[in-house]
Design a protein around this ligand. Sequence first.
Ligand SMILES: Cc1cc2nc3c(=O)[nH]c(=O)nc-3n(C[C@H](O)[C@H](O)[C@H](O)COP(=O)(O)OP(=O)(O)OC[C@H]3O[C@@H](n4cnc5c(N)ncnc54)[C@H](O)[C@@H]3O)c2cc1C
Length: 412
Amino acid sequence: MNTTTNNNQSYDVLILGGGMVGLTLACALGQNTPLRIAVIEAYEPGDINAGDDYELRVSAISRGSQQVFMNLNVWDGMKRRRVSPYEHMHVWDSTGDGKIDFDAADLGIDALGHIVENKVTQAALLEQLKTLQQVDWLCPLKVESIDYQASGSSVTLDNGSIIKTRLLVGADGASSRVREAAAIELETAPYQQKGVVCVVESTKHHDYTAWQRFLPIGPLAFLPLGDGRCSIVWSAEDTEADRLVAMDEAAFCRELEAAFEYTLGAVKSVGPRAAFPLIRRHAKAYVKPGLALIGDAAHTIHPLAGQGVNLGILDAASLAQVITEAIVQRKDFADYKTLRKFERWRRGENTLMMFSMSGFKNLFSNDRTELSLVRNFGLNLVDGLGPVKYKFVRHAMGLEGDLPALARSVGL
Ligand SMILES: Cc1cc2nc3c(=O)[nH]c(=O)nc-3n(C[C@H](O)[C@H](O)[C@H](O)COP(=O)(O)OP(=O)(O)OC[C@H]3O[C@@H](n4cnc5c(N)ncnc54)[C@H](O)[C@@H]3O)c2cc1C
């Protein structure tokens, strides 16, 4: 792997953005195709060292994403750093007796998923990427300008280099420059909420359970970490979220433990807090000739079901598969017809998830009595219907649906 740039290099595939999604695509293409690939990333990702405190940004990594990482030889690197399995999920409503439980044992598996710091995933992917000869890691470098052309694009970097490519991939997050350069429009709908995140220590152990309580102001999740603490995501209306971040630590602990019904006892301490605006975004197109968008560059959704990056990982695995198949069939891997297969495949799956999340958000972030009755009745009804409930959870776990080959397995 090369980590420097000379002027005027040229690649088959240029991935802008070395976050979790861009690196997944680079590893998948680097392992399965002869293509020359480069990843441009503005910030050198750090690694996790023993004794480091938990990072603020964590993701619930689904079984489907775990399978992709296993097939890319990345999962061992993630486990070696640290991942936190959860065996149970408990979801309940604050305005009634509605609740639903999921158990890994009922599915005959050891964990429903894992809570993993984004930094761990990125570091393990990068470690694997560095073993791949035909992939160059161009970092830390920022993109100054992009000249998108259907037949091949050029990207100018802040060190003056100009990189040419046959296929330009935007994995550059919610404010994607690639999307902008290709003049792809974006549908946006703010959820009018922010996600408040921090690491908290409670008096009781989390029991390897991902907990979520629906409050009228928004869902509050306690996600289990390896050391017995939890990473929380508390979604609340913008001004309420700002208040939660600004209040002093002791007052926040009291408010948090009460909002969580003292389920894990008292909250003893909290780490630094941050709030992220929650916006539903969906690019009107994922592809153009010679260009594709994946991950947050193509879509962002409410974090209430922990699906955002998992959709992006499946985008990356699906795009890699479509490109690989085109190469095997001696077709142009970057033409519109090839890339449209990826778009048709992923757009339907992502749209379904986005509308489900918006529906959940509206149903649950609401204290109207009739909605409260409906959701409490619905939660208990689904909880009592074993096969239906597990059909739903298998989809959310990335074990069902139209999955790319990298997400399928024998072992899970
Ligand atoms: C509060 C909160 C909780 C969440 N919880 C979950 C969860 O539990 N599970 C889940 O699946 N998802 C979750 N998500 C969503 C998840 O974090 C995102 O979907 C995921 O980080 C997107 O990854 P990405 O690689 O597509 O984009 P990013 O992580 O945004 O990566 C883009 C990369 O591109 C680089 N870049 C951008 N522009 C340039 C440029 N011009 N030049 C060079 N480099 C550039 C950036 O530096 C960055 O590294 C959550 C989100 C929020 C806000």
